[in-house]
Design a protein around this ligand. Structure first.
Ligand SMILES: NC(=O)c1ccc[n+]([C@@H]2O[C@H](COP(=O)([O-])OP(=O)(O)OC[C@H]3O[C@@H](n4cnc5c(N)ncnc54)[C@H](O)[C@@H]3O)[C@@H](O)[C@H]2O)c1
Length: 270
């Protein structure tokens, strides 16, 4: 078991949903958090949820701003005098449309945030982390990163890229003090659909989002993730759906794709 007390973490996308819960709960375990987001208002709300102001510092940071992401871990290290790790959580979904209707700009936007932002932050964080101390790289993929969801093909591809990248990083870091984890949340009840708005294409999806009937709360998801980080777990499946579907996918890859497609058709029909 690793203790997170006095560890210093960067958490991206900490203004909402899972990132907020991760940031707040990390401070609950005695960690210090550099909480980043593009939404300063919600980031401030996250900060106000932490009673000890020494344990959290909010930063406006767009993970697609590669120059700032490159410099950012150094800024955090200068403030807290160390850097123990990063939770690359910031992410968006794509408009819920078929690939043929998805503008190219949306494809790039999804990859810029979900994949390239995460890769840039991982690189710059690793540079600042003390290799003689325990360190943590935690990348948030998705159930959609191993099981395709119709209408979210590009999102899924970006999360599959996160999966493979993080698996390779794990292999490269094995035997070192840097502990690498990849997280596959199933459906979580967050504002991700609204927060992902930004392109015209999202408007064109006419608010069609697949709202799953049963989903994990970000509060429960964050506890599962933090407990798993403390145990040095590499692959973290969050929620009954993700845990079940990863088993089904391994045994019956084509059938599992058909099951998901049927479920989405049913949800979007009404
Ligand atoms: N909600 C789900 O069902 C679900 C399922 C599987 C995986 N995930 C993943 O979990 C992570 C968190 O999602 P969530 O559901 O909490 O979403 P959310 O929208 O509630 O939170 C995401 C946060 O990221 C921020 N963000 C967006 N673009 C950013 C950028 N360029 N730079 C910095 N911050 C940015 C948003 O402002 C928001 O505060 C994402 O990576 C998402 O893909 C979510």
């Amino acid at each position: 078991m690793f203790s997170l007390r006095n560890k210093v973490f960067i958490v991206t996308g900490a203004g909402s949903g899972l990132g907020r819960e991760l940031a707040v709960k990390l401070t609950g375990r005695g960690a210090k958090v550099a909480a980043c987001d593009i939404n300063e208002k919600t980031l401030e709300e996250t900060r106000s949820m932490v009673s000890d102001p020494e344990l959290i510092k909010p930063y406006f940071l767009d993970v697609t701003d590669s120059a700032r992401v490159n410099a950012f871990p150094g800024i955090v290290k200068a403030h807290y005098k160390s850097l123990s790790g990063v939770i690359n959580n910031a992410g968006i979904i794509q408009p819920f449309v078929k690939f043929s209707e998805l503008p190219e700009s949306e494809v790039r936007r999804v990859f810029d945030i979900n994949f390239f932002g995460l890769v840039d932050m991982t690189r710059s964080a690793l540079r600042e982390m003390d290799r003689n101390q325990d360190g943590f790289i935690v990348n948030i993929s998705s159930m959609g990163g191993f099981l395709p969801v119709p209408g979210q093909g590009v999102y899924g591809a970006s999360k599959a890229a996160v999966k493979l990248f993080t698996e390779a990083l794990y292999a490269e870091m094995k035997g070192s003090n840097i502990h690498v984890s990849v997280v596959f949340p199933g459906a979580m009840a967050t504002n991700i659909a609204a927060n992902s708005l930004g392109g015209e294409a999202m408007q064109a999806s006419s608010g069609k989002t697949a709202v799953p009937i049963k989903s994990t709360t970000p509060d429960v998801a964050a506890n599962i993730i933090i407990n798993s980080i403390e145990r040095g777990k590499f692959k973290i499946f969050v929620g009954k759906d993700s845990n079940m579907m990863q088993k089904v996918y391994r045994l019956m890859p084509v059938t599992s794709i058909d099951i998901m497609a049927k479920k989405i058709r049913k949800m979007t029909a009404g």
